[in-house]
Design a protein around this ligand. Structure first.
Ligand code: GLC
Ligand code: MG
Length: 694
């Protein structure tokens, strides 16, 4: 032991930094605390070699001056730590930590592997379409504007709607009310300023609302800078549009017709050639065979995504490419005299002017650009596509993209717009099935019952069916789309020939889209609260606004609005409705009925809607998965809320819809796989209250 001390002292003679042993400690019997006693004894009592003691005390001073908190030397520590009372707990702790870490990793992996995908914002809420001219006029010029929209954001909170698509508000000469864009990077003064836009977007985001913009790739306004540079043959812009030779008064280059009627070719005096326009002559078609045009459009997409917009509705995409050979399209009726009678899109098979090869590549490129901005959590940028393909539903389905290549999140489903053609349960089922039966597996459906281009369904189907249609919309699987005013059952207005504003209506009165674009009816005050400042409205109001308006319907529990709000809220809080199975149960001349359920969850919903012309008693006794007694959660006729039906006798009046909530242990879908659809399967674990992949 004294040999050890000398070692220590020697060691202190050298720089402390080089010394690996701390002289402040000595282990007389191999135990730490004893060492400290030992030092104090040998120091104070002077029992040991005086030089040694002196040097030791010097050393201690020296040492504490240099390194006052040196702590326990390694050797001592090792001696302590190997004792069982330290070692055993330490090892227990070590293994516990290892096990916990492994368990955590395993649980994390299991949770990730077992969790179904969360619904994204564009799946969780309906998409509400604002036609900005008609929503709310803040400055009293008779035309709605961005500030007006901002004033009315509470409406969406009230309705529990999170996604808002606003029809175009770019700078535009308004020949097609904004679908003719003069500058894709500017706001039309009629709607406000860029600052108004930024304020609106900021206000929306702070309320948790998403803003979807209209994006119009097919054409620009003829006042767009590019068109001017193109008609003057600026070398870079020369091919930005689709030009071909023709004579001022000679025959058109081919028989192609515009969607708004008549030839889609117009002679341009400046350039001395014809340009293509699949819509108005003031809407020249861009040439998407020119890579510079694609680049320009991508830059514009970046511009708005950079500003923070949450998605785009892609306008009229099927028209983006045309066949370069420009041959005549086949006539639907080959015997019609071509020049005089082939004047509308219905006269031709649009084989060379729509849905050309290459279109999807461009859209996928747009999608890829949007994905760059979708990485941040909660910032997914949504893309919905507009393409009317009528009976060629398979063409529409292509916009969903493939497993390898993403495209639209969904193309609009316009088939329910045909509901009024034949009000019956079988027809409703047929239209629903057009989508469900053709949609690629795992994709997300959506439903449109109105927009700025189509007659309001409350006018075409009749008020009697408005509530039933909204009920269908909000209980089917997928995203509902609501055109402003549908939440209160607004109807088309009558527009006299002299009042017509829509260019399509000027060509053909019956094609006018003005009747479905009248100002939103907020209250019973002047101008229905649309314009509180002057007596101007760009289109007349519907005369029913004194009773059909938001304010009145907010006070009435049985109103179209109250029902919309209830169903929308129900849908968002009930798993079977927002992501569960959808199963056909019944369809006849009057009634269409389906089930929404989720595996593992006892609570399920039966929807029974009478789209027919007679009241009906529906017998669902053969559906053994249903309980015998069924209680109505909500009826479109408030008087029937809470009513109990035997499943063999479910009564509905014309235009009445029922949402029946029931409890069951047997799910319908396992026994009827052919009748059932689900986008992404998920099961509920009732004991833990969680969803898992199954
Ligand atoms: C889309 C719009 C329509 C517009 C057309 C041309 O179909 O919905 O309103 O007139 O494209 O842009
Ligand atoms: Mg085109």
């Amino acid at each position: 032991s004294s040999q050890g001390k000398i070692e220590n002292i020697k060691c202190l003679n050298v720089e402390l930094g080089e010394c690996t042993r701390n002289p402040g400690y000595e282990d007389a019997d191999g135990d730490g605390p004893a060492a400290r006693d030992n030092i104090s004894v040998s120091d104070s009592e002077g029992k040991r070699d005086s030089i040694g003691v002196k040097r030791l005390s010097d050393a201690r001073n020296e040492y504490t001056q240099i390194k006052p908190y040196a702590g326990m030397p390694k050797e001592v520590l090792v001696l302590y730590s190997s004792k069982a009372r330290y070692r055993v707990p330490r090892e227990i702790l070590f293994w516990l930590t290892v096990c916990c870490t492994l368990a955590l990793v395993a649980v994390t992996i299991a949770v990730i592997a077992l969790s179904p995908k969360c619904l994204s914002w564009w799946q969780a809420s309906p998409v509400y379409q604002i036609y900005p001219r008609s929503f709310k006029d803040s400055d009293g010029d008779g035309v709605g504007d961005l500030k007006g929209i901002r004033e009315k954001l509470d409406h969406f909170e009230y309705l529990n709607i999170k996604s808002i698509w606003i029809s175009p508000f770019y700078r535009s000469p308004m020949k097609d009310f904004g679908y003719d864009v003069e500058d894709f990077r500017d706001i039309d003064p009629l709607f406000g300023t860029m600052k108004d836009f930024e304020d609106l977007l900021g206000a929306m985001h702070s309320k948790g609302l998403k803003l979807i913009m209209d994006f119009i790739p097919n054409h620009t306004s003829d006042l767009h800078r590019w068109f001017n540079l193109s008609r003057t043959r600026h070398p870079h812009y020369e091919d930005y549009y689709v030009w071909t030779d023709c004579k001022p008064d000679g025959p058109k280059p081919n028989n192609w017709v515009s969607i708004f009627g008549n030839s889609s070719w117009t002679y341009d005096e400046v350039r001395g050639q014809c340009y293509l326009h699949q819509f108005l002559k003031e809407q020249p078609d861009l040439n998407f065979r020119n890579p510079d045009v694609i680049k320009e459009m991508i830059d514009i997409i970046h511009f708005w995504l950079e500003k923070g917009v949450d998605g785009f509705r892609m306008d009229a995409v099927k028209h983006m490419l045309e066949a370069p050979h420009m041959r005549d399209e086949p006539q639907v009726d080959p015997n019609k005299p071509p020049v005089s009678l082939v004047t509308t899109e219905w006269d031709l098979h649009s084989d060379y002017t729509t849905s050309q090869v290459g279109l999807h590549d461009i859209l996928r490129e747009f999608r890829a650009q949007m994905d760059i901005y979708s990485q941040e959590p909660g910032r997914y940028r949504f893309m919905v596509i507009e393409s009317y393909d009528y009976e060629e539903v398979y063409k529409t389905m292509m916009y969903y993209g493939t497993r390898q290549e993403k495209e639209g999140d969904f193309p609009f489903n316009f088939y329910l717009l045909d509901l009024p053609q034949n009000t019956s349960g079988v027809w409703a089922k047929h239209l629903v099935h057009l989508w469900m039966g053709n949609m690629p597996k795992g994709k997300w459906p959506n439903w449109v019952v109105g927009n700025h281009d189509r007659t309001r369904i409350s006018s075409s189907a009749g008020q009697l069916y408005v509530r039933a249609i909204n009920m269908l919309l909000l209980t089917l699987p997928g995203t509902a789309t609501t055109y402003y005013g549908e939440e209160i059952g607004m109807e088309n207005i009558n527009v006299t020939a002299s009042q017509i504003q829509d260019p399509a209506g000027k060509y053909n009165t019956s094609a006018s889209r003005d009747p479905q674009r009248s100002p939103l009816q907020w209250n019973a005050d002047m101008n229905a609260g649309f314009n509180e400042k002057t007596n101007l409205t760009w289109l007349p109001l519907h005369p029913d606004y004194e009773t059909v308006n938001v304010e009145a319907q907010m006070k009435d529990d049985g109103s179209v609005l109250a029902q919309y709000r209830f169903l929308n809220t129900l849908r968002q809080s009930e798993l079977p409705l927002n992501r569960g199975w959808f199963c056909y149960v019944h369809a006849d001349a009057n009634v269409f009925s389906y089930i929404r359920e989720l595996d593992g969850l006892k609570r399920a919903f039966l929807i029974v809607v009478n789209f027919g012309k007679e009241s009906a008693v529906t017998d669902l006794s053969s559906v053994r998965e249903l309980p015998d007694k069924l209680k109505v959660l909500i009826s479109t006729n408030m008087a029937n809320d809470g009513k109990v039906f035997l499943k063999s006798r479910i009564q509905t009046e014309v235009g009445e819809g029922l949402v029946i909530q029931y409890s069951t242990n047997t799910r319908f879908n396992p026994n009827h796989p052919k009748e059932c659809y689900i986008s992404e399967k998920a099961c509920y674990l009732e004991t833990m209250g969680i969803l898992y992949k199954c």
